[in-house]
Ligand binder design. Structure first.
Ligand code: PBG
Length: 322
């Protein structure tokens, strides 16, 4: 008789047959930045996650580096006074975000700095594209994304991550970077990014919620799986180095589908709402923290993600949970 339980009978054997592992090298830590000095303010809906001014950001990066966590995705909280319809703050020399990129790279050249390319934190409309008569313009937006990506590269970004879901952005950004001599800068594309309810806490953190309407004309319908392949194939053809799925947990089938249809590494973004949900249950004593968090990360790896962007990245290493 076949007895699969034999392979579960001791800890040594269970570890011997374990198929999936998560390690520090797979993790990318998203970090929120604010203007000012000595700032470290917690995001109300994301316990344990803070917005840092650049001085404190550098100390936070240092403590992560000491834990072996070396990849960071930076996101700026921009004051309303600096927002406009064309997100010009996103490529202004000396802006908060560009200074943050260059200071992290200057102090920690061996860190991998991933930068977010999208208009929303800088847009007075709170959208990821230029708005005209209530419509989100595509090709006009690409020009802004190109300027933004170039500014990130000039300040030392290792990987550019376009997160806006405009058509043709990967190809446009790739050409812009190549033409300016930044052939070595990678692109991690948010290929299948869904119009999800799970971004709420992130928009609180950055004060970046749309001022009207929703993002359904550019982000994907949560009901669609095959459409993710169209997006992933286009990004691959346009020159992406990584294909990302976002959110992660409600879209494990999409991670698996894309993984089965590409040779590129697949990334997944375990987003703010997924983090908030887990933390709320833990705070209520309804879930075991270590077990719930490691199970989430293992599941995302098992589905096929090589890299995981997760707000849990630091705590799993600090507590030696992996
Ligand atoms: C915006 C962007 C969003 C996230 C990353 N980049 C939110 C949005 O599309 O509104 C969400 C990340 C998270 O929820 O953790 N370009």
């Amino acid at each position: 008789m076949q007895r699969p339980r034999r392979n579960r009978k001791s800890e040594v054997i269970r570890q011997m047959v374990q198929e999936t592992h998560v390690s520090a090298a797979n993790l990318i830590f998203p970090l929120f930045i604010v203007d000012g000095e000595k700032q470290k303010t917690e995001v109300a809906s994301m316990p344990g996650i803070f917005r840092y001014s650049i001085d404190n950001l550098l100390r936070e990066v240092e403590s992560c580096m000491n834990l072996g966590l070396k990849s960071f995705d930076l996101f700026p909280n921009i004051h309303d006074d600096f927002k406009d319809k064309y997100a010009t703050e996103s490529y202004r020399e000396g802006s908060l975000y560009l200074r943050a990129i260059s200071e992290v790279k200057k102090e920690f050249p061996e860190a991998c700095v991933i930068t977010d390319v999208a208009m929303d934190p800088y847009s007075s409309d709170g959208h990821d594209g230029i708005v005209e008569n209530g419509e989100i313009l595509n090709d006009e937006t690409l020009e802004v994304l190109g300027k933004m990506a170039l500014a990130h590269a000039q300040n030392g970004a290792d990987i550019i991550a376009p997160s806006d879901m405009m058509d043709g952005r990967v190809g446009y950004i790739r050409k812009t970077l190549d033409d300016a001599g930044f052939k070595h800068v990678s692109i991690m594309s948010y290929s299948a990014k869904y119009a999800s309810a799970f971004y709420g806490p992130f928009r609180d953190a950055l004060n970046s919620a749309p001022k009207f309407g929703d993002k359904k004309t550019y982000q994907m319908n949560p009901a669609n799986q095959r459409e993710a392949l169209i997006e992933a194939n286009l990004d691959e053809l346009e020159g992406a180095d990584f294909l990302m799925v976002k959110p992660a947990l409600p879209y494990l089938d999409v991670i698996k589908l894309i993984k089965d249809n590409t040779e590129l590494p697949v990334a997944a973004y375990n987003v703010s709402g997924e983090y908030a949900m887990i933390k709320a249950a833990i705070q209520n004593g309804w879930l075991n923290e270590q077990r719930a968090i490691t199970e989430v990360l293992t599941s995302i790896r098992r589905a096929g993600a090589t890299a995981i962007l997760t707000y849990h990245a630091k705590e799993v290493l600090l507590n030696k949970w992996l």
